[in-house]
Design a protein around this ligand. Structure first.
Ligand SMILES: C[S@@+](CC[C@H](N)C(=O)[O-])C[C@H]1O[C@@H](n2cnc3c(N)ncnc32)[C@H](O)[C@@H]1O
Length: 264
């Protein structure tokens, strides 16, 4: 697993945010009851060590994925994109496992960024299968193309640079169907992407849809003043949970991944 430079990434998962808050609270509790301090310190250790432990117990990333993570972290982002968007080791391994156990041969990614999750999934796909990756940002797509071009599995990835809904319409018009879809683009667009997948006939029978960031840094349940992304995810989660045409489970991996499929 690639060691994440401690100074380079701000906490973006509920657990990492909670670990930071506890660490900061303990540092300010000089003179407090030692039992309270000991309990807080233990809570801090539980939270701060979880992601590292999950990574240690997960199959290591390939050298191509490690190089891509380093490349992404070294880019001076800005203009709405940031290194923290990259899903990373544990989630990449999870998606690769999902590809393997579903036997998916046609995979769609909505929100590719620099290609980490696309490459992680492609590495688990057999020759002759394909992954269509949607990305709207040319700069992120250029880094992805470079990394995919250097990795054998990269030949399976078909990068489409355009607003994802446009690409979905093109794919629907071409009669394409997907066994697995990973949704990881603009959070306000999530509900529309799910509708488009159904309305455009893009889901093969039994298709699985994995949706990223459905915990959105804990905002849906722990923030009185959620950001636009927090509010969008809270609304998306509530809508999906209330829709009997879908069945789903929200897994607390990293910033939350919901697995959904059409019911019945
Ligand atoms: C969280 S990042 C994706 C991370 C990536 N899946 C990974 O694991 O490394 C979200 C990406 O979605 C892209 N995006 C946002 N809105 C989009 C849209 N309407 N169509 C296509 N891509 C979009 C952003 O440019 C960004 O690169």
């Amino acid at each position: 697993m690639t060691a994440r430079p401690a100074e380079s990434a701000r906490p973006v998962t509920p657990v990492a945010i909670a670990a930071d808050l506890v660490r900061s609270a303990v540092a300010r509790l000089d003179g407090a009851d030692p039992d309270v301090l000991a309990d807080l310190a233990r809570a801090g250790r539980l939270l701060a060590g979880l992601d590292e432990y999950v990574g240690r117990c997960t199959t290591p990333a390939s050298s191509a994925l490690e190089a891509l993570e380093e490349r992404t972290r070294s880019e001076p982002w800005g203009s709405g994109l940031e290194q923290e968007m990259l899903s990373g080791h544990a989630e990449g391994a999870f998606l690769a496992m999902l590809v393997a156990i579903t036997g998916a041969r046609d995979v769609l990614e909505i929100g590719m960024f620099t290609g980490y999750s696309a490459l992680a999934m492609a590495e688990a796909m057999p020759a002759g299968s394909r992954l269509v990756a949607c990305e709207v940002d040319e700069r992120a797509a250029a880094i992805a193309r470079e990394a995919l071009g250097a990795a054998p599995a990269g030949t399976l990835v078909d990068v489409r640079v355009a607003p994802a809904l446009d690409t979905l319409r093109d794919l629907g018009a071409a009669g394409d169907r997907f066994d697995l879809v990973f949704v990881d683009a603009d959070k306000a667009g999530y509900a529309g992407y799910l509708d488009a997948l159904v309305d455009l006939g893009l889901l093969a029978p039994g298709a699985v849809v994995a949706v990223d960031n459905t915990l959105m840094q804990g905002e849906p349940w722990a923030s009185a003043t959620p950001t636009a992304n927090g509010a969008a995810i809270a609304a998306f989660n509530a809508r999906l949970a209330a829709d009997p045409r879908w069945e789903q489970v929200l897994l607390p991996l990293r910033d939350g991944v919901t697995l959904a499929r059409r019911a019945g």
